[in-house]
Design a protein around this ligand. Structure first.
Ligand code: SF4
Length: 326
């Protein structure tokens, strides 16, 4: 069921720099009619969670909701099993279900997906129609979770509650409340980080994660680029949350700081200067001299390599103005 208190809280996020209201009463702009044309809350939640390719994404809705959002971005994965991101599952709610309830259809759809696709988890998205008919999705999900022994996470982000950004926050809440902290790793890495808000669109994450690993930093989990369910379940054991560009998940990092004492830094990996600054921000947060020295060594090495690769472009572009479309 839609949690009004939570939505109010998410619209007044105290850590968000865009929050105009210092008394936490107003916060983000309220949705206006037509405002969801840039993407509704359901779409935002799905976009935030879609990159978990080892999870199935089941939309409890008429086909139209799924059609509005289905795989809108090229979020790449290295998952070797079946990539569930480009696969759209929905329950096909009809007028009959609006009158008599769509719970049976939901139950059968979860059974179908669990038995035929064997995903590591199922995200079940509530949408406008199913929120209004009031199907008890949480109850069905918890019964199915017991039956199939995989996490079945209901994401309460129907489009009418607001826009895409709010939906991403609600997706983050669902992950925080149902997945994070539900699995323990064999060992806790001293320089473990979570990458929050990078969706690995066209594989951009793979440009900088090898550099971080070379320095000695371990990526414990990602939300959600190239993500895995088992890894996000262990996200509470990371020592630092790194928010990459997207501010939509700032509430999640604030709550992880409160619940698990994980501090966060906000960085960007766009371009040489940003990447160097991002690496320094991450290592500085650990306050370890040896790690910082290693980082400087790797930065020098990578910047030199980049300069070499830029030589042909400099020749072509010298004396010209260029526009970068990122
Ligand atoms: S959840 Fe609501 S606003 Fe979003 S696509 Fe479905 S009907 Fe439209």
């Amino acid at each position: 069921m839609v949690n009004r208190k939570l939505i109010k809280e998410l619209l007044s996020e105290s850590s968000c720099t865009h929050n105009k209201d210092k008394d936490k009463k107003g916060g983000c702009d309220k949705p206006k009619p037509g405002a969801t044309s840039g993407g509704c809350a359901f779409e935002g939640a799905q976009i935030a969670l879609f990159p978990y390719a080892d999870a199935a994404h089941l939309v409890h809705a008429p086909a139209t909701c799924q059609g509005a959002s289905w795989e809108t971005r090229a979020t790449l994965t290295s998952y070797e099993g079946e990539d569930n991101t480009p696969l759209g599952y929905y329950t096909d709610v009809t007028t009959n279900d609006v009158i008599f309830g769509g719970h049976e259809k939901l139950e059968k759809s979860i059974e179908y997906v669990a038995e035929h696709k064997k995903p590591k988890a199922i995200f079940v998205y509530e949408t406008c129609v199913t929120a209004m008919i009031g199907d008890d999705m949480d109850n069905i999900a918890s019964r199915m979770e017991e039956k199939y022994q995989i996490p079945i996470v209901v994401v309460h982000a129907p489009g009418f509650v607001g826009g895409k950004n709010l939906g991403s926050r609600l997706g983050g809440e669902a992950v925080l409340n149902h997945l994070i902290g539900t699995r323990e790793p064999e060992e806790v890495h001293p320089y473990g980080i979570n990458l929050i808000g990078d969706y690995n669109v066209t594989g951009d994450m793979w440009q900088y994660t090898p550099i971080l690993e070379k320095i000695g930093i371990k990526i414990v989990s990602t939300l959600a680029g190239d993500g895995r369910i088992e890894k996000i379940q262990m996200a509470h054991t990371a020592k630092l949350n790194v928010i990459v560009c997207a501010k939509s998940l700032i509430t999640l990092t604030r709550k992880m700081e409160e619940q698990y004492q994980i501090p966060h830094v906000s960085v960007s990996f766009y371009g040489k200067r940003d990447t160097t600054n991002a690496i320094r921000s991450i290592v500085n947060a650990f306050g370890d001299e040896a790690l910082s020295a290693k980082a400087e060594e790797v930065i020098k090495e990578e910047e030199e390599k980049l300069e070499q690769r830029l030589i042909p472009y400099r020749k072509i572009l010298e004396g010209k103005k260029a526009i970068l479309n990122t």
